[in-house]
Design a protein around this ligand. Structure first.
Ligand SMILES: Cc1ncc(COP(=O)(O)O)c(C=O)c1O
Length: 419
């Protein structure tokens, strides 16, 4: 039997969990339910989500479903098929991928670009590959300085880099002095600073120019995740680094996703050829992953063209977010002033955030909510995202939903002290 030769505990019982693995998972799920942090898949219906107003998606420019973008995906599928057929280094690089890389670099003012199959994998790839490549045989340790509110993909990238002997210093939110201190006091010869450009939860801008100056002064590279900035922030939606005049700086590396403003799927790293070469040679999430599906590349290319054709789109998305924030503030709620298209309305307890999301739903609005561990304890929030194409009628629906949130959700003000 299986127990023959197994090591037993002192009381003679086998070492495995007596509850059984599935029962243990049920128990953990019940504990998460009690804490208000169970998550649910919300199935969208094909016919317009039952009439709900979408204030939860990342389709900031309203291009998902746009006829030009759909046509781009269809044309790519017809020409290349539905899948890329292999990893980028084997059969998964079509001329469409090359075209997309050129278009992304040219739009964002980057010297070169490399497309990944998701933004998540772009972040994992760039941080781990750079941390490994910057380590020297004499001193294999590298310091990574990471903002405490960075997106989970950057956090996971740091965790993986730790396994390669990097040291990670997590700094307070947007605290450039703390970043400088961490860089100045380090023993490691090499360092990376990693930050969201527009923070995914609170929707505010990172101190991009200051972070870059700090990194440069201390001989470090800055990795900036422009997922929520591309298409929304900066001239024509070219992002925060472009807006700061830093787009072609060799010590600034950007990651983007194709899944938000560009209404597609996939991600990319933008940077110096030396960085891109390092990723092609050593980036594990690039090398050991199937290339982006051609229809996604085709859709992203068409969305980029639509964005070039209408440089007013990003401003309309930002204005819509500012208007939603003004509505929430007028109602006495506590919105964070948005810098792009993401708006957080802080409510405190996770249960309050879930309740607010349900109230929105009952009032015809699909909203998101963030709870720990996606946000710090006590900072659960309703998360709204704006779109460039929101109509007056839709703003009226948003007012009704937020009024109901104000009237029915108990906000624990003691939890709302911002850091
Ligand atoms: C800041 C940020 N970075 C990276 C990602 C991951 O991008 P993707 O969805 O393309 O994997 C997201 C969200 O999805 C994000 O919000």
């Amino acid at each position: 039997m299986g127990l023959v030769g197994a090591r037993l505990r002192d009381d003679g019982t086998p070492p495995h969990d007596r509850l059984g693995p599935i029962d243990r998972l049920r128990e953990r799920a019940a504990a998460r339910a009690a804490m208000g942090v169970r998550r649910q898949l919300m199935v969208r219906e094909r016919t317009g989500d039952g009439g709900l107003l979408d204030l939860a998606s990342n389709d900031y420019l309203g291009l998902c479903g746009d006829a030009r973008v759909t046509a781009g995906a269809v044309a790519a599928a017809v020409e290349w098929g539905t899948g890329s057929t292999g990893s980028r280094l084997v059969t998964g690089t079509t001329s469409l991928h090359a075209e997309l890389e050129e278009a992304l670099a040219s739009f964002t003012g980057a010297v070169s670009a490399l497309v990944f199959s998701s933004g998540y994998l772009a972040n994992i790839g760039v941080v781990t590959a750079l941390a490994a490549a910057l380590a020297s045989p004499a001193d294999p340790s590298v310091l990574i300085v990471s903002d405490e509110r960075n997106h989970a993909s950057l956090i996971d990238a740091c965790r993986l880099a730790k396994a390669q002997r990097a040291r990670v210093a997590v700094t307070p939110h947007k605290d450039v002095a703390a970043v400088r201190r961490a860089l100045a006091e380090r023993a490691e010869p090499a360092a990376l600073v990693v930050s969201d450009a527009v923070f995914s939860v609170d929707g505010t801008l990172a101190p991009v120019a200051e972070l870059h100056a700090a990194a440069r002064e201390h001989g470090a590279l800055l990795v900036l995740d422009e997922a929520h900035a591309l298409g929304v922030y900066g001239p024509g939606g070219r992002g925060t680094a472009f807006a700061a005049g830093l787009a072609a700086e060799p010590d600034l590396i950007r990651t983007v996703t194709l899944s938000k403003s560009l209404a597609s799927q996939g991600g990319a790293v933008l940077g110096a050829p030396e960085v891109i070469g390092t990723l092609i040679d050593t980036g594990r999430s690039f090398i050991f992953d199937t290339g982006l599906a051609p229809p996604s590349a085709g859709a992203a290319l068409a969305a980029l063209a639509a964005l070039r054709d209408d440089p007013g789109l990003p401003g309309r998305a930002r204005d819509a977010a500012a208007r939603l924030a003004a509505i929430a503030a007028d109602l006495g709620l506590d919105p964070v002033t948005p810098d792009a298209a993401v708006l957080a309305v802080t409510l405190g307890a996770p249960q309050a955030a879930v309740e607010a999301r349900e109230i929105c739903r009952k009032n015809g609005v699909r909203a998101g909510c963030f709870r720990p561990p996606s946000v710090p304890d006590g900072q659960a929030c309703l998360r709204l995202t704006a779109r460039a194409d929101l109509t007056e009628r839709e703003f009226t629906i948003a007012v009704r939903a937020l009024t109901s949130v104000r009237d029915h959700v108990r906000v624990d003000v003691s939890l709302l002290l911002r850091q």
